[in-house]
Ligand binder design. Structure first.
Ligand code: ATP
Length: 309
């Protein structure tokens, strides 16, 4: 069954739908054009009939709430959400260059300088998310888009969590993410700090950028988990000793001693050539805190999806 009929070439008389950009488990993402001003957008279309249970719908609402909160030059911006009885449309800024994954696959590997630039932008976005109580939980090159200037945009907040979702022990307990990128503290199922888990995943991405392959791999999933939990990986010979040392601090299997975002920002390898980019929100207003009256409850995401008939 088609996700949506091919006759649907315009949405609410506002957007003209173009080519398919990518597919996820429950959604398809299309390039589209704003009919009013010709601006390019990306529209993620979710077929509600495929979202069979309440937990999945709650996750979609949480994704919307979180994306509405985030305004950062290295995070994909959500413009608006539209819905009918059967579909939900996420209208987002269009990121022209495609996935970082494809760029690495094409190049084989990135130089240390190229890797550093992407990593600095990733850390800037992740630091911003954490400061707002948002943990992405599925960072990987497939969810990192590259714009026409070669700059990074973090996307797909479908598995992201909020500080408020932590249990009484102050930790998150949902096992989620992508096996090769997941932190040992997530795998051990004793509860984890979302910030520490995201930092580990950023370390895997940094390794992949400069090595061109994953640090932990095995033909068998349990074998790979064993290596992750024991921190068994080898750096390629071309990697500088500074980068190896930095990676050892990030890929520390103990979340208590693992490097923090602030320590990353002060690391000599990281700081090299760093341009601090100041940004302001488009509306000129201060960021909405997650804890205010619009707060998003643990089990009750607050996003309102306006239905347009
Ligand atoms: P998954 O099931 O992997 O979580 P998803 O259904 O949440 O996927 P996304 O990962 O958000 O969907 O998007 C799928 C693909 O569509 C992306 O990998 C990317 O190639 C493309 N895409 C998503 N958002 C944009 C955007 N704003 N601009 C350009 N391309 C995009």
């Amino acid at each position: 069954m088609a996700l949506f009929s091919s006759s649907e070439t315009t949405i609410f008389n506002k957007y003209e739908v173009g080519k398919l950009l990518g597919c996820g488990a429950f959604a398809k993402v299309y390039h589209a054009r704003d009919i009013k001003d010709g601006r390019s957008v990306a529209i993620k279309i979710i077929n509600k009939t495929r979202v069979s249970n309440a937990i999945l719908m709650a996750n979609i609402k949480r994704e919307i709430s979180i994306m509405r909160l985030l305004r950062h030059p290295h995070i994909v911006k959500l413009d608006e959400v539209l819905a009918t009885k059967t579909k939900i449309y996420f209208v987002m800024e269009f990121v022209k260059g495609g996935e970082l994954f494809a760029k690495i696959a094409k190049a084989g590997k990135f130089s240390e300088d190229q890797s550093r630039k992407i990593f600095q932008q990733l850390i800037s976005a992740v630091r911003y998310c954490h400061s707002r109580g948002v943990y992405h939980r599925d960072l990987k090159p497939e969810n990192l888009l590259i714009d026409e200037n070669g700059d990074l945009k973090v996307s797909d907040f479908g598995l992201s969590a909020l500080t408020e979702q932590a249990q009484q022990d102050g930790l998150l307990h949902t096992l989620c993410g992508t096996p090769s990128y997941v932190a040992p503290d997530v795998l051990t199922k004793k509860g984890y700090d979302g910030a520490k888990a995201d930092i580990w995943t950023c370390g895997i991405i940094l390794f992949v950028l400069n090595a061109g392959y994953l640090p932990f791999h095995d033909s068998n999933l349990m074998g790979m988990y064993h290596k992750i939990i024991n921190g068994e990986y080898k750096c390629p010979k071309w990697m500088s000793s500074e980068l190896k040392r930095f990676l050892r601090r990030i890929l520390d299997t103990n979340p208590m001693t693992r490097i923090t975002i602030e320590e990353i920002m002060n690391d000599p390898w990281f700081k090299k050539g760093l341009k601090r980019v100041k940004f302001c929100e488009e509306d000129g207003k201060p960021h909405r805190r997650i804890q205010n009256s619009d707060s998003i409850g643990q089990d009750e995401p607050s996003a309102e999806i306006e239905e347009v008939k």
